[in-house]
Design a binder for this molecule. Structure first.
Ligand code: WT7
Length: 663
């Protein structure tokens, strides 16, 4: 396989000393059966996940595998996700229990009980129906972290319309590409939102996206900013609050969806420039997120649970909205950033809300570490019972810091490995059972068959690097890509699968190591995807944004390890006629990346070079560029047509480094 990022290179991946979960935790854990790993030995074992849901029609078969890898879970069953997240808790007498505790950027606070959420979801569902949204029509949601975002998701789920949430920070062009690919004719958005205290215009991005689309769009606009940013509604645009008033008090019967019907699609970066529309099911997805919220995150209905992610990505879908609400708990939703108005903001929220379970990403933990322990120390964090980590590997040092400074040495940490495509957690310790090894995510969850294999699919020896594959299906798995089944097969089921022998092994795109106890340490992506602050970006997509800039001849993008962000974007660029106008081009490059993808993809460095290093067949050797960026051994360069260029690039980076140190 083409290992563009060069994970074949040796790389130390130490793990810290193993630790057992504290007895106080084990005594109250949701899952304590030590035999669960062995007992979970057939597809039917997943019934315990499905049992956490309310089904309209019971399913006949747990797993149908005739059309592998197009697996079907809980077939014959019907259910509705919004019913599972709302109605059934109300029917169980938990109307006044808090469903969402929202903490706004400007210190605003809002509380939604399950009844409040039910009322608003129903009103919006009625309005969407009235606008013409039918079952299976894709509704795009382009909202920041305000309560209307989960409300819109649940309203779509109620009427059987799959939602496609686009992260609010993505550009107009990214929005248009996603709406176009999904042929989405309905959009829920807002006028704008606050960024570090300033009013930021979201609606103008929407206007630009709609101009770029070939089809008409009906838009609902939430007025978030009021007088801080007046806006005018055009043709086909309705005000969210007006619609709610119009449909005030209306209810909509939840549509019974087949377990295999699409609940949502979520675009994510793939190995080519085109984002992939990952399709998730209703039954299998919901069962898997509810089960892992229960078994891994140890969520209880009476908990206050906080996943500090953005709902615009899969983590928020699964573990801010669907998992916790399916279990009937209180989920905290935070709109702001960790350092505004000050660096104790998150700990103040934990303290004030007596948060029981806190789930975040290593990039955030590294930032907390850098800021210093005095910020968490200002607050009482003793309500915390369990901590979670997701999005990238967490090394032992930040693990220890998180454990001591946030968890007071008394909370187990679950390091959860999963992906947009897996839908829910697939590798993690079970906090009430398994020993923790800082730096290693843990064993595959019960029922998950994760393996680390070499190119030929043979399992590697303990300690050796290999490819992480999932050799058995699981309920939360993506069913296909909205772009088509062929691309789904191509992206995940060609590398280690063999139709001849009916072997279907899902390829994750990650490299990993496994130890004697079956604990998996994830090393990172081996494809053209890089992970910047826990966000997944396609190097190809960034390259094509750069290639569009006047004066740029060619571009190659790689990741460079960074303490702060996990990975930074490094762009190597050659210019036409070796243009002298470096600063202007650099500015244009940054501007183009921000406008085509979004500020999250902004290059940390743009390095100009007369040529990019290429093989004799003309392929850019990105692995080499990654090695240069990371100051590592270059390995074999004999395949290069222009080896001399490597020295020039190294010199260039050296100069930049010195210049930065001087500044
Ligand atoms: C990629 C998936 C899963 C939700 C957030 C990201 C990396 C994720 C871990 C972890 C090491 C991790 C992998 C994976 N990743 N969790 N605990 N340890 N790496 O979802 O955007 O689909 O990205 O994130 O590289 O392939 P995503």
């Amino acid at each position: 396989m083409d290992d563009r990022n060069g994970w074949g290179r040796e790389r130390p991946a130490p793990t810290g000393l193993p630790r057992n979960p504290p007895t106080s935790f084990v005594e109250q854990a949701n899952v304590t059966n030590e035999r669960i790993h062995e007992e979970f030995d057939e597809p039917a074992s997943w019934e315990r996940a499905a049992d956490l849901l309310a089904w309209d029609e019971p399913y006949d078969t747990v797993l149908e595998d005739e059309e592998a890898p197009f697996y079907r879970w809980f077939t014959g069953g019907t259910l509705n996700a919004s019913f599972n997240c709302l109605d059934r808790h109300i029917e169980a007498g938990r109307k006044t229990h808090t469903a969402i505790r929202w903490e706004g950027k400007r210190g605003e606070r809002e509380t939604y009980t399950y009844q409040d959420l039910f009322v608003e979801v129903n009103e919006l569902a009625a309005a969407l129906r009235d606008l013409g949204v039918g079952e299976d029509d894709v509704v795009t949601i382009y909202l920041p972290m305000i309560p209307e975002l989960p409300i819109a998701m649940l309203a779509c789920a109620r009427i059987g319309a799959p939602h496609s949430v686009v992260f609010a920070g993505l550009s107009a062009e990214a929005l248009a590409t996603r709406m176009d690919a999904a042929e989405s004719e309905y959009l829920l958005t807002c006028d704008g939102y606050y960024r570090r205290g300033d009013a930021f215009n979201q609606k103008s991005k929407v206007d630009n996206a709609c101009i770029a689309l070939d089809h008409d769009v009906q838009t609902i606009v939430v007025d978030r900013l009021g007088d801080d940013l007046p806006h005018v509604l055009g043709d086909g645009e309705r005000d969210y609050h007006d619609l709610r008033e119009e449909f005030s008090g209306e209810t909509v019967d939840p549509v019974a969806r087949d377990a295999e019907d699409m609940l949502f699609l979520m675009y994510t970066s793939g190995t080519t420039g085109e984002p992939k529309g990952v399709v998730h099911s209703t039954g299998g997805y919901l069962a898997h997120v509810a089960w892992t919220s229960h078994a891994v995150l140890d969520v209880k209905p009476e908990d206050t649970y906080w996943c500090a992610a953005d709902i615009g990505w899969i983590t928020g879908h699964s573990y801010i909205v669907y998992g916790p609400l399916a279990l009937g708990t209180t989920t905290v939703m935070y709109e702001g950033t960790p350092d505004y108005p000050d660096r104790a903001r998150l700990w103040e929220i934990v303290d004030r809300n007596a948060v029981d379970v806190f789930y975040t990403a290593p990039t955030a933990i590294r930032a907390f570490m850098k800021w210093g322990a005095e910020y968490p120390a200002k607050h009482d964090l003793s309500s915390l019972r369990l901590l979670g980590s997701v999005g990238e590997p967490i090394s032992p040092r930040p693990w220890d810091w998180y454990h001591e400074r946030i968890g007071g040495g008394e909370c187990p940490i679950v390091d959860t490995w999963w992906q947009t495509e897996t839908g829910a957690i697939t590798v993690s310790t079970l906090p009430g059972i398994d020993e923790m090894k800082p730096g290693s995510a843990g064993p595959p969850l019960p029922g998950i068959d994760a393996r680390v294999v070499d190119d030929s699919g043979t399992e590697v020896a303990p300690g050796e690097a290999g490819y992480l594959v999932l050799a058995r299906p699981w309920p939360g798995m993506a069913r296909t890509l909205y772009d088509g089944d062929d691309r789904f097969l191509e992206e995940y089921w060609t590398q280690f699968s063999d139709p001849e022998t009916d072997r279907w092994w899902y390829f994750s795109g990650d490299a990993a190591r496994i130890d004697e106890d079956g604990y998996i340490t994830v090393l990172g992506r081996i494809d053209d995807v890089i992970n910047v602050s826990g966000r997944r970006l396609s190097t190809m997509e960034i390259e094509s944004a750069i290639a569009g800039v006047d004066g740029v001849a060619e571009a190659a993008v790689v990741g460079r390890s960074s303490d702060a962000n996990g990975t930074d974007v490094y762009a190597y660029v050659s210019t036409e006629g070796h243009s002298e106008n470096g600063d202007a081009i650099r500015e244009a490059i940054v501007e183009s990346v921000e406008s085509t993808i979004g500020p999250i993809a902004r290059p940390a460095e743009v390095i100009f070079t007369p040529e990019l290093p290429k093989t004799r067949s003309g392929k850019i050797m990105r692995r080499l560029l990654a090695a240069v960026a990371n100051d590592e051994e270059l390995g074999d360069t004999s395949a290069l047509r222009n080896p001399e260029i490597v020295g020039e690039i190294q010199a260039e980076i050296g100069d930049e480094g010195e210049a930065n140190e001087r500044n």
